[in-house]
Every structure is written in C-alpha cells, then in structure tokens.
Ligand binder design. Sequence first.
Ligand code: FA5
Ligand code: MG
Length: 455
Amino acid sequence: KSSSSQSLPDLPNTITLANITHNTDSHTNIPSTLLPYLTRNLHLTPHHPISNTRQIIESLFPPTTFARYNNLTPVVTVAQNFDCLGFPPDHVGRSKSDTYYVNQHTVLRTHTSAHQAEKFRTLEKEGKEGYLISADVYRRDAIDRSHYPVFHQMEGARLFKRDGKSSGELVDEILRDLEGMAVPNVEVVESCKLYDNDGGNPVQAGKGHSVEEAEALGKHLQRQLELVVSKVFSEAALAAGDTAAAKEKVKVRWVSAYFPFTSPSYELEVLWNDEWLEILGCGVIRQDLLDYAGRKGSIGWAFGVGIERIAMLMYGIPDIRLFWSADERFKGQFREGVVKRFEAFSKYPQCFKDVAFWIGEGRGAAAAGGAGGAVGSGEEFHENDFMELVRGVGGDLVEDVKLIDEFTHPKTGRKSMCYRINYRSLERTLTNEEVDELQAKVRSQLEEKMGVQLR
Ligand code: FA5
Ligand code: MG
C-alpha cells in the first residue's frame, strides 16, 4: 500500500461529484469537507469579487476572437490534467500529497490548463482564434492568507493560423496587432530574455515554428498581460480615489519559468507592498501539443492567472478566506462592474496553539494502535496531509499554520516537528474553550490518522 495521504478509514466504494458517481480506490483522497465547494461557483456568482474580477479581465479580450468557457466540470481525467500537457511521470504535481484524486484515473483539476487540448480542438469550429476559461481549481497546499485548497484561475490562449502566409508575413501580422496598444501605467523594471536556449527556457525551433515566430508570440503575449495589470491597477487607484496612485506606474517584472506545455515560459510578478507577488504563468504553446490537438497549421500562446490574487490586489482584500464568507459585511461591499476598495471590518483576536510531534521510524506509529488509515511507521510525512487534517478540524477558523521548529534527535535519528496553528474567526471572537477543543481534536487525529507520536 502507498497511502500516505489520509485515506479515510471508512472510505466508501463510490463518490458522487457533479452528479456523476465514480469508483474510489487507493488513490482517493478527497475529504468530504471539500465537496460543498464543487457547487459554489464564485466566479459566476453575481456581485461576488471573483466574478467581478473575471468580468474585468474578460473585458480586455474581445468575444469575437476569444470564446468564453465558464462552466466546465472540475472533475477531469489524469490524462487531461497531466498526460496531454506533457507532465513527466515523476512530476511532483501528480503526487497524492499535492493533488486531489477521485481515483487513480480521475482528479479535481489542479489548473484550467486541463482543458487546453479539447478547446484547441474545437475552437476553429466555433469560429474563434482564442479562448478564456474561468473555473475553480483544487490543490492540496499550505494554510495561510493567500492559499486555500480551492481557488480560481482564468486561462487564456490565442492561436494564429498560417493560412498559406509566409513566416515573415505571419510574424508581421502578430506584431502589427500590437501597434497603437498603450500600456500607460505599467513599468517593466526587469525582464528575462524572451528565450534562452542555453539557460533552460528554449524556443522549440525546428519543431513546427521558428525562433522569430516564437519571439513575436512572446512579445504579443507579454503586452496583452501587461494590459491586464494596467487595467486592474487603474481601476483600483480610481476606486481608492487616489489620483496620485492613478498616475503612478505599477512595477512589474518578467521572470523566466518552466511549464511542461509551454516553451519559452514566463511568470509575471507585480511589486505590491514592497514584495514581488506572482500573479500568472504563461508561454508559447509547445507545437507538439497544438499538432496533437489537430492545429498543426497554427502557432500560439497561453496564460493562466490566479483570480484571487488579482482580486486581492484590486480590492485590497487581505485574507483569501473572505471570498468564501457568507458575512453581509463582506458580500455587501461589492457591486457588478464597480471597483470599490474593500473596507476591512474589525479583526477578531487570534489564538496561537503549538503542536509538536515525532515523525518517521519509531515506536510512535505502532503505539497509536494502527487505527484505520494510519500512516504506517517508516512512511513519509507530507506537510500537506497535516495541513488538510488541520483544515478538516478547524475549517475557516484557521488563519495560518507555520512550521516553527524542526530538529533531528542526535541519538535516535528521529525527526521532531513543531507547528504553530493560528486560530481566528473572520466573524466573531472565539472562546478559549472552543479553541482548546479544536486543538485537542487536531492532536488526537494526528495520532490516529497520521500515526505520529505527540510530544
Ligand atoms: C499554472 O497553473 C499553469 N497552468 C499556468 C499556465 C497556463 C502556464 C498556460 C502556461 C500556460 P501556476 O501553478 O503557477 O501555473 O498557477 C498560476 C497562478 O495561479 C499563479 O501565478 C497564482 O496567481 C495562482 N495560484 C497558484 N496557486 C495558488 C493558490 N494555492 N492559491 C491562490 N492562487 C494560486
Ligand atoms: Mg507559479
């Protein structure tokens, strides 16, 4: 058995998602607490900031060129999410500690890129040259104010048909499209090379497109996305009524990146409160993927942006949990098409609790009695399993979880971890008793489900 991700002790034989019943197996690792999120559709909820942000970005991409897909099911095959995109078999993204598996063949999509291939295939029939896909995506991850196991991405792609044109004509056509395009309030303070054949961000030249074509696509892609940042920040500055800020340029930088399905690839970062914040990944679509999707005669680019990240910047929303809040003090602040800076309501007190435990080899796991689903001794400890356990107990009452100490015992060689859990409700003051109760539950589940030895 290889189930280090909490296999539920009483795992049912089937799981029903979006009205379809799937068989479960040793890969299944979707906690029941996640299920309600599959039907929330924040990106389609009127007046919700995620939906508003989606619409603001969509407004920059004309519907005559870009088809919109905002209703695609989050349950996809491993082939769609990974294989078709060229993820190598040992890529960490595939692991059960990072991805929610319905069963060994089916996952909750970890990114909107899962729909690339099928949309490349059908775009032409719809008379479009590009698409925008907005959707909920799912990842097992850390707990803090900018990470949540469910978030939203918008994927965009734009293809250019050869249509008998020479390569030079195609390059001219792509670059001509940028003429007269102003990106007034964005300053690119740093930019990686458009491609780097020695440094690991190569143009896949000779495999269906040329260096010049890839360069033109890279420029076209980067200007479009700078325009997105420009729009978002001018809206935000206007909303704040801050005319000085509206004139100030937003600093951004292009960083070279790696994705299995694009080459060259980039990430765009924005300077926000003196820190570089990554908002999107993008690149020139690998020609073999386009060819495979029946688009041999086209070249193109794609990007994937985190909608929460953009919304947090634009509205000044400090905590990602707020997006899921039913509190009128939050929801009531947003109106369709209007950007108004978020007014924080008072913060309730936080309450820290530490938990320390031994992991790995040792008597601990055996002593825990091997309760159903316990991780056997010697199995690896995955931090995301711990994060999910804490979420399972505390839900949105947990603001963040940090590793504060870690050491290896010099004699036994066993490793000790100490995590600090910060409990804070967005809506009320927690009582000591309820926090103690939550912490006691975390401790007992740690022993039962993860087989660690509490200290
Ligand atoms: C991707 O998901 C790629 N599919 C993006 C892409 C598309 C590349 C098309 C090339 C072509 P990444 O894992 O970096 O890449 O996520 C993209 C964006 O999603 C990030 O820049 C960030 O804005 C957002 N994001 C990622 N993880 C989280 C998270 N846990 N919480 C909130 N937002 C996140
Ligand atoms: Mg990234």
